[in-house]
Design a protein around this ligand. Structure first.
Ligand code: NAD
Length: 498
């Protein structure tokens, strides 16, 4: 029996999972072995599903949608399932967090906080299931009444990345289910365990068979087949901008399925001289180190007013040096392991590029040998200019680039000088400056004197090449609906043919 509490240790042998389809576990053929990035030992075995497995799951989701076992329920009944799911997650919180740590490498205390956020997502989703409604038009004259119905889109395909396997899933699933849609999920092949576990949890909570299905495997086979599946009505994709682009092509080349896309970011944090520099430095250190910087809303470009730049960078570098990097199973750890070998090499190559392109290394800048896993010290480069690759590319690691500005216009220009528009923050005590910057910086999520705060009541999503559509809250649930205009004649029809 594994212990999921603070004394948690590694499993003696990897845990084998089936895939979840039509309300039960199914044995997969070939298996994918996942090694813990924090410890280097095998921890899970998950199926490499076939396209036949995917087709069966889509057919199950289609049956569950068409016979109205889910969409036909009162919203209150769907809300009941979501609230019972929240209760089960509360009970199984430490266990879900444990598998998340072993497959992803994130610290256990962070993973537990993420499960708390996931519970809140199910609670907000339950509220959305009850509140979702359309509109009426009493303004069409006495002879006509207009109603706008909100109807579920149908079968949704959901593709998720490896950086927040359970959190990103739970920022979508409660809202997809609240709308009355059914779903087939394809998680990242390296972090599938917790997405699979949600199958048995939803089933225990009372979700009918076929409403939630998970098919595991590689992006190139299962992800591609899901995105081009002719019987999937909508695809919600979260991941890199390049794969997002291929999903757009797949949707267009198959059935013009509706798309929701949440893609990459190169997020600015603007620090004015009149801000509380200690607060801003703490926000910047957190913003780039949280989840080892493998976070779509990581604040990876700090844009600081020149008059305080040196002072600010000194405070920031001192804070970054104090961050506790280490074994993700230890509760004191703040920054865990880099999730994949490929990502580890990518981050280290960008650190080399930063040095080669002439940026000044102020903190970190190296891999850390902590035994067994792959770790990188939180890194700060100063004197970064817009042409450098560390200024432009999403590194997806704990590497922060610092730019300097003299005027508000210059700060806004630097912040918007990116193809992305996912998130941004501004730090100042001047309300006018805060509002000017909030209005002018193009980003889907914005923070003033704080960072990465919020809850599932608020919508998530990006401007520009960071994506299409919004997830979470009432905005999120509405994405999974389409509207139907209904026109009702009142009284006798005025005849066309006399
Ligand atoms: P990725 O694009 O490589 O993979 C994401 C998912 O797509 C995985 O499940 C993968 O198996 C699948 N996939 C791969 N090739 C596919 C294909 N051809 N067709 C369909 N699916 C395919 O991304 P990643 O490396 O897992 O995650 C990192 C990226 O995700 C970063 O760019 C990050 O910014 C982005 N991200 C964005 C958000 C957001 O909310 N905007 C959140 C998290 C991550």
């Amino acid at each position: 029996m594994l212990d999921f509490t603070d004394r948690a240790t590694l499993p003696d042998a990897p845990r084998e999972f089936g895939f979840w389809s039509d309300g039960s576990w199914h044995k997969g053929g070939a298996l994918f072995e996942r090694r813990s990035p924090g410890h280097g030992v095998p921890v899970t075995l998950t199926p490499r599903c076939t396209v036949d497995d995917l087709n069966a799951a889509v057919a199950a989701a289609r049956r569950a949608f068409e016979d109205r076992r889910w969409a036909g329920l009162p919203g209150a009944d769907r809300a009941g399932v979501l609230l019972r799911t929240a209760d089960i997650l509360r009970r199984r919180r430490d266990e879900i967090a444990y598998w998340e740590v072993l497959e992803n490498g994130k610290p256990i205390s962070q993973a537990r906080g993420e499960i708390d956020h996931c519970i809140a997502c199910f609670e907000v989703g339950a509220g959305a299931a009850r509140l979702l409604h359309g509109d009426s038009f009493n303004s069409l004259g006495d002879g006509l009444f207009g109603m706008v119905l909100r109807e579920p889109v149908g079968v949704v395909g959901l593709i998720t990345p490896w950086n927040f396997p359970f959190l990103i899933l739970c920022e979508r699933i409660p809202f997809i289910l609240a709308s009355g849609c059914t779903v087939v999920v394809k998680p990242s092949e390296v972090t599938s365990a917790t997405t699979l576990l949600l199958g048995e949890i939803l089933s225990e909570a009372g979700a009918p068979d076929g409403v939630y299905n998970v098919v595991t495997g590689s992006g190139r086979t299962i992800g591609q087949a899901l995105s081009e599946h002719p019987d999937v009505d909508m695809l919600s994709f979260t991941g890199s901008t390049s794969v997002g682009r291929s999903c757009v092509h797949a949707a267009a080349d198959s059935n013009f399925k509706k798309l929701g896309l949440e893609l990459g970011g190169k997020n600015p944090i603007i620090v004015f001289a009149d801000s509380d520099l200690e607060d801003a430095a703490d926000g910047a250190a957190f913003g780039i180190s949280f989840n080892t910087g493998q976070c779509c809303v990581s604040s990876s470009r700090v844009i600081v007013e020149r008059s305080v730049a040196r002072e600010f960078e000194d405070i920031l570098a001192a804070k970054m040096a104090k961050i506790v990097v280490g074994d993700p199973l230890q509760t004191k750890t703040q920054v865990g392991a880099i999730t994949t070998d490929a990502q580890n090499s990518t981050i280290l190559s960008y650190i080399d590029k930063g040095k080669a392109e002439g940026a000044r290394l102020v903190a970190g800048g190296q891999a850390l040998d902590l035994g067994g896993g792959q770790y990188i010290a939180p890194t700060l480069f100063s004197g970064v200019t817009p042409g450098m690759s560390i200024a432009r590319d999403e590194i997806f690691g704990p590497v922060l680039s610092s730019f300097h500005f003299d005027t508000v216009e210059e700060a806004i220009g630097l912040a918007n000088d990116t193809v992305y528009g996912l998130a941004a923050s501004v730090w100042t005590k001047n309300i006018d400056k805060a509002l000017v910057v909030t209005r002018r910086v193009r980003a889907g999520r914005f923070w003033v004197n704080t960072i990465m705060a919020g809850g599932p009541e608020m919508p998530l999503g990006g401007f520009k090449q960071s994506g299409w559509g919004r997830e979470a809250g009432m905005y999120g649930v509405e994405e999974y609906t389409q509207v139907k205009s209904v026109h009702i004649e009142v009284g006798k029809r005025a005849h066309w043919i006399k």
